[in-house]
Design a protein around this ligand. Sequence first.
Ligand SMILES: Cc1cc2nc3c(=O)[nH]c(=O)nc-3n(C[C@H](O)[C@H](O)[C@H](O)COP(=O)(O)OP(=O)(O)OC[C@H]3O[C@@H](n4cnc5c(N)ncnc54)[C@H](O)[C@@H]3O)c2cc1C
Length: 465
Amino acid sequence: MSSVAVSSPEPPVISDLPVIIIGAGFSGTLLAINLVRQGQAVVLVERDQAGLAKGLAFGTARPEHLLNVRAANMSAFPDDPAHFLRWMGFSTNDQAHRFVPRLAYGQYLRSLLLDALGRAGRLLRICTGHAIDVLIGNAVQSVVLADGRHIHGRSVVLAQGNLPPRLPAPLAGLPPALAVADPWQPGAIDGLAPDAPVLLVGTGLSAVDVILSLDRAGHRGVIHALSRRGLRPRSHDVAVVPIRRVPCPAQLGSALVRSVRQRAREVGWRVAVDELRPHTRALWQAHDTAGQARILRHLRPWWDVHRHRLAPTVAARIAGLEREGRLRFLGGRLRSAEPAAGGLSVIWRPRGTGQDEVLEVARAIACVGPEGDIAQGPDRLLRRLLERGMARSDTHRLGLDVDSAWRVRDAAGTPHRALHAVGPLTRGAAWEIVAVPDIRHQVWDLARVLAATQAAPRHCHRSTV
Ligand SMILES: Cc1cc2nc3c(=O)[nH]c(=O)nc-3n(C[C@H](O)[C@H](O)[C@H](O)COP(=O)(O)OP(=O)(O)OC[C@H]3O[C@@H](n4cnc5c(N)ncnc54)[C@H](O)[C@@H]3O)c2cc1C
């Protein structure tokens, strides 16, 4: 794989400057591929060479982690819906409706990047490095890497993905062997005695990943999965039901909830939820700030479990573990935790009761999802942009504040001409912008806008190679 040493002893030639993309997960990689297809030079900056193109979601090495979207809907390209199926060699309906391992999807993304590198020649460059700052100029923007190198470009796109999760307050300060903040960090489940009880804080898809990995590792101890409501992700239907394109609902707030419930009674909840999918961004944006806050507070937990579903085989395994008494979903509030003889003594209060209960576990693993508040997150680059007033959090602190063209807004709310963001960082503007079927459209559109607003150079400037 080619990589570039980047420094700039000479002033750049502006017409040759590339778009610099920070982060080479799904979002950054697909934006880069779309841009070079439009004849636009790109430098793709990635700090983790091993995860190149795969990112966090598809860099897993664990075959038990399946996609939660059917293969038929996982093409990287909106104009070629069968692309992933062809890559997999799938030709039957049965194959198209499978949920394949995420690691296979990671290999697909890596092969797309390699193919693009082969075709694009000097138009696409990979730079291994950790971006720590962006300097915005009139025509030339610079990305500063931790080792002191600078890359010059016309535009910069932040594609850094989700921020790492943060430990819930009651677990803060505990030794990492007792309280794991990030369920995907290497070693999160290592070193546990096979019969040790474990607490997962969170009952969503991250918790399911950990449950499957514990199961596959032969863990026999009881897994307690605790969240406020104890809701677990629902299963996809085994049968595939075609979804009709319906108009965007006119109702908002509780009237919208009532109309979706009514629709669910007519067509089933899965179809009712899937029909909303093309309209979620419009519906989110149609609510005012107070309405959006109500959605986050009251509707989000329900939406998440109905919308982000499990592959039926995974759901069946989870149900089996529950039946065997090896897995318990708990609804309630984590109150405190302190080191004890066998690991941790945890106090929690079941939902709707005034009575605390105690759990003795060997380890607690936080499965609470990514941090949204960039001011609280550890990301050096985003914090620096925030401190310098070059960026701000969105109103609900789900990520960065961006305008409808994905341009990052500065502290005063003014969008930068040449600083964009894509992927989960833009959740505040888009709401549903975490899964491949959403992000592929976002990067497809942005690539066209960036290529159209910039003269298409034929090669990277020498200062970037
Ligand atoms: C565990 C998990 C499972 C998922 N499963 C599915 C699924 O089955 N189907 C589906 O459609 N969607 C799924 N998603 C959602 C979705 O596909 C991902 O959110 C999406 O891949 C996001 O890609 P990304 O490129 O924005 O972020 P990431 O994949 O996180 O990539 C960001 C990249 O940026 C790099 N980076 C960050 N900061 C810097 C910096 N300062 N300098 C240099 N590099 C930097 C990181 O090293 C990383 O490689 C899943 C998500 C997760 C977390």
